[in-house]
Design a protein around this ligand. Sequence first.
Ligand code: 8YV
Length: 321
Amino acid sequence: MTDTASTRDIDLLMVGPLAPALIDDIGSRYRLHRLWEAADRAAFLRRHGAAIRGIVTSGRFGADRALIESLPKLEVINSFGVGYDPIDVDAARERNVVVTNTPGVLDECVADTALALMLAVPRRIAEADRYVREGRWPEASFGLGRKVTGKRCGIVGLGNIGRQIAARAEAFAMPVAYCNRSPRPDAPDRYRYYADPAELAANSDFLVLALPGGAHTRHLVDARVLKALGSQGYLINVARGTVVDEQALVSALQHGEIAGAGLDVFEHEPQVPQALIDSDRTVLLPHIGSGTAETRDAMGDLLLANLDGWFSSRTARTAVA
Ligand code: 8YV
């Protein structure tokens, strides 16, 4: 933590509300401007923009080119979360603005969420829970799910989170395969590599998405990939909703082209297509992949370390490449 006297005159802009404790902590030590509370955003930026030296944001609120370019004294953007797709990193780079995120500390919880979905969809856990609560058990037995242990796990994006998912899948006796832009030299030889996501899908029972969002991965999972996954295959997404062509997913579910989907993320959060809600072959979560008290604390601590590190010694612990 930095000396409060030296940071109190530093103006920061928070784009959207982060956890209340984090807002309080930052607000007690910096001059914090809360953009989301402004009735007139343009007027707010005209009044405070010239003084702002840091943006605090998240993978949800981001920071676009117009915002970055409107802040002449901007030095750093600190983001809460590992995914920074809604931050215009090119615009930041052009201005020599450093961007930091919070990698590493959330891998385990996001991987746990992926496994929870991999169990919940084929074993129909959420549907079975509703069945008991609705008092339907005495009327008839629930029916069967599909076995999870030993099925083939295909991971799109074998980064830190993907590696944690792979380790958990192996505990369920699943052979692991993956797709990346290039093979990972440090991946175990037993993890088979596929360059084409459709080929990975064709050789997987679970296609698990753990890759970054953004323009370069938009709709990477399209009708072709879903068709390749096949009528016995499950799509699991703990990455970004934009990675999947949601209309193609709805159509694949409606036509039985895939067996089911477990989704923590959506293309237009918090909007979820009604067809996904109506399907009994989906389990839908409100983007809670990293949402545990322990992990959110660790993310907050890392954001603060990046923020304080920058304003005390111009060092960023986890700057994005
Ligand atoms: C957060 C995430 O929920 O880290 C990410 O990329 O999506 C999540 O951990 C998100 O950043 C913000 O609220």
